[in-house]
Design a protein around this ligand. Sequence first.
Ligand SMILES: [Zn+2]
Length: 76
Amino acid sequence: MNEPVQVVTIGAATTAFTAVCETCLGIDRAVGLSASKFAGRLDIDLAEGVFLCRRGHHVSVLRAAAATAASESAAA
Ligand SMILES: [Zn+2]
């Protein structure tokens, strides 16, 4: 399968998150339901992971600090 994988970015200190599967979003709109949101957990020592939504679509989750090196605080 060569379907493009949805990528969700979470905060640098986030371990538990909820995301909306874009593929399900399209299905939900078609059938009038709203079950596209799913919850996941990415342990703090992991920079990325691949999760499955309720329907089994792949969603790639990236931790923000790992995605960009420019995470220094601008408020200092
Ligand atoms: Zn889905």
